[in-house]
Ligand binder design. Structure first.
Ligand code: GLA
Ligand code: ZN
Length: 720
């Protein structure tokens, strides 16, 4: 390890760069040229390392099989794997009894990976704990929302508050950090695994009350914020307050909201406890935690400053006939966009399946070509890695049939292995082009706010049969995706000033000064598209008095008086006064708001019902910008037509200036070294895409003129 120590000093700055300047190339070249052993390996894959290509590796399940561990390294090299995420659930192998550490196997694994040109993403083991711990300290186990204490078992089954669990986690993390924090093979900390869920034990309840005291100061303020005079729910003692529970309080929306905020904060606090522990070994190794896209339970935006690099686990259900691949692709694109937007930097796709996902209702095989297509989709949208769950399939346990690069057969002569290898080869070649130093740089953003989502979905009314906030966000995102216009996802705390177009659907709950932020955005020349059911409640879920959209009536130049909800199957129509977006009418369903314009111009009206002829779409000139207001939920083609029209007027850049055929996605990564445009065909048939002028294929140098033919599931990358 001492040789490594010397090298480490120099590596520090460069390693940090990987995640800041996003240049894996620099860091790896530097390792390559300074490590003698590496220098001698002419065929080293490190020469070409830019993207990370690897995945979850669980050697702790195979310690009794040195032959298999040896074979793993050979196969990894064959598959062009350059990193492995190690130790994710290895606590029992690292600390078989309290204070007894057995790290030898891990040292051997990390050394041997490194000597073979494979980096380690080193995990902390807190995602699952050993049985001895649950036996000795039952406190570490989670308590359900019906106050049932969980038994030992499963994973992620722990209390985030328990001082004992935090202490034990901190200890093992420090041991890991002390031993490997300076190992040149270790490039990233993977903190825990997919944080999620909540614990309702007395410790968590007490922590929640403490959190509330800090937030509100007095019970009087809390009672006011939660409007507890309703149904005589006034609290007179802090000890009376419990988290929302199915057999207890569920009807105080302010409480529900604060509990979710607390769960995010407490999880983040637990994460920070681990972060501090691993940073004690070497503060320069970046940390991440693998997120789950739009997982409802945690507000990931709160993690954006805590992680050095965002990473996430991507498991779309490809080939699901109910969804179709095109819709699946668009949804997956939303999640990639969301994850990239947290830091507005390249991210890592920490997990994806190389073939099937065994926890889904149907474990469908990825059709030939889909593995490459899905991997390239991540890259196209800003990922600097393609990583898998998992490298080698477990022999037992509940994931023994989950897709893996190496299956129970154990050889490389499989379809899945060849698919993975092909991705590895392609990433290596692409790495040389400077692609990892670029990022998607949208001029438009969709406002998607976790707290708003919690509140709007918790509210009783106006449509308990389906308020469809998240689906609405996805629908708008798909409009951008269909058009090939790059888009970020922002929450209410984000800075919006750099965008030219912001689409903010259903801003039901307003917080973080969003009204002022949006007003300034439009005043300064931005274009905003808002919708029905906006500005309804403040951050405590208390209704705005004196008219809605609260704080935005001037901005939109209107006041909303009522909102009508339609049964499934019922419709209305949005009728344009003139052919504004090329089409005169669009279908309306589910929600229709009745608004009075006070300055806004009416662009379209309702076609039927007692509010026939009243405004359904308006626009208001506000400062130097425009604020549109869609008063009703419209069919998907309306969002697309509206965004096409507005972005055309604004001159927003499309990834490629063309109308894309259905099922074809265009994405673009820009940087100092130029622009890369990705065209991806999610159809199982060939299509041809018109392109303006000339382009050069980034991979084979071919000059492309006029149009590009895309084979089924093909991705082509070209430079502008
Ligand atoms: C998650 C987990 C992994 C594994 C995979 C299976 O992403 O992080 O440990 O269980 O799911 O798809
Ligand atoms: Zn707890």
């Amino acid at each position: 390890m001492s040789d490594f120590l010397a090298e480490e000093q120099e590596n520090r700055k460069i390693r940090r760069k990987v995640y800041q300047a996003d240049t894996l190339k620099t860091v790896c070249k530097s390792y390559y040229t300074r490590n003698t052993e590496m220098k001698e390996r002419k065929d080293s894959i490190l020469q070409n390392l830019h993207f990370l290509h690897g995945g979850d590796y669980n050697p702790d399940q195979w310690l009794q099989r040195p032959d298999i561990l040896k074979r793993d390294i050979e196969l990894m090299k064959e598959a062009h794997i350059n990193c492995a995420s190690v130790g994710i659930f290895a606590w029992a192998s690292l600390e078989p009894e309290e204070g007894v550490y057995t790290f030898d196997w891990l040292t051997k694994v990390i050394d041997s990976l490194y000597q073979n040109g494979i980096y380690t993403v080193l995990a902390t083991p807190s995602g699952a704990r050993p049985a001895w711990m649950a036996q000795k300290y039952p406190e570490v186990l989670r308590t359900s929302d019906r106050l049932v204490k969980n038994q030992f078992g499963g994973r992620h089954n722990h209390c985030f508050t328990s001082p004992i669990y935090r202490e034990l986690t901190g200890k093992i993390d420090r041991e890991l950090a002390r031993r490997y924090g300076h190992h040149p093979g270790v490039i990233l900390w993977h903190i825990s695994n997919e944080f999620g869920g909540a614990c309702y034990c007395p410790l968590c309840q007490a922590a929640f009350r403490k959190w509330l005291r800090k937030k509100y100061g007095t019970l009087k303020q809390l009672n006011e914020a939660w409007w507890t005079s309703f149904w005589s729910h006034t609290f007179t003692d802090w000890e009376q307050i419990k988290p929302p529970m199915p057999n207890g309080e569920t009807e105080i929306h302010g409480l529900n909201l604060d509990w979710k905020r607390f769960v995010t904060d407490q999880t983040l606090d637990f994460f920070n406890n681990e972060k501090e522990a691993v940073k004690s070994g070497n503060p320069d190794i970046p940390v991440t935690t693998n997120m789950m896209g739009s997982y409802e339970g945690l507000n990931y935006f709160k993690f954006k400053n805590a992680v050095d690099v965002v990473s996430w686990d991507s498991y779309p259900s490809w080939h699901n006939p109910d969804m179709g691949d095109v819709k699946t692709a668009a949804q997956n694109a939303f999640h990639h966009d969301l994850m990239r937007s947290l830091k507005r930097r390249p991210f890592l796709m920490m997990e994806s399946t190389p073939s099937t996902t065994n926890w889904m209702p149907v474990s469908k095989l990825k059709r030939p070509g889909m593995h490459m297509l899905a991997s390239m989709q991540a890259v196209a949208l800003g990922s600097n890695s393609v990583q898998y769950f998992q490298w080698r399939q477990s022999r037992g346990g509940c994931e023994k049939f989950h897709g893996a690069v190496v299956d129970h057969y154990g050889g490389s002569d499989t379809r899945v292995f060849r698919d993975v290898k092909e991705v590895g080869e392609r990433l290596e070649k692409l790495g040389g082009t400077g692609l990892t130093e670029t990022c998607v740089k949208p001029q438009a953003a969709i406002l998607f706010d976790w707290e708003n989502r919690w509140a709007v979905e918790d509210a009783k009314g106006p449509r308990n049969a389906g308020i469809h906030y998240f689906e609405t966000v996805l629908k708008i995102h798909k409009a951008f995706w269909d058009l090939g216009i790059p888009v970020d996802i922002a929450d209410m705390e984000c800075d919006l000033s750099g965008y030219r177009l912001v689409v903010a659907p259903m801003l039901y709950l307003c917080r973080a000064g969003i009204q002022e932020k949006l007003s300034n955005f439009v005043k300064n020349g931005g274009t905003l598209i808002g919708t029905y059911w906006s500005g309804v409640v403040d951050e405590n879920d208390l209704c705005y008095l004196g008219g809605t959209p609260g704080g935005m009536m001037d901005l939109f130049g209107l006041r909303s008086e009522e909102i009508d909800a339609l049964y499934d199957g019922e419709t209305n129509r949005m009728v344009f006064r003139r052919n504004w977006t090329g089409k005169k009418e669009f279908g309306i369903s589910e929600l229709c708001e009745l608004v009075h314009c006070s300055g806004a111009e009416t662009l379209a009206v309702y076609g039927s019902d007692f509010y026939r002829g009243s405004p359904a779409l308006t626009v208001n000139h506000y400062g130097k910008g425009l604020a549109y207001y869609a008063a009703a939920r419209t069919e998907a083609s309306f969002a697309r037509d509206l965004i096409r029209e507005i972005s055309g007027r604004l001159g927003l850049k499309r990834s490629v200036e063309t109308e894309l055929p259905g099922g074809v996605a265009a994405s673009r990564r820009d940087g100092e070294k130029g622009s890369f445009v990705f065209l991806q065909n999610f159809n199982p048939y060939a299509v041809s895409v018109k392109i303006p002028g000339k382009a050069k294929d980034a991979e084979n140098g071919e000059t492309l003129l006029g149009s590009i033919l895309l084979a089924p599931y093909q991705t082509r990358i070209f430079r502008k």
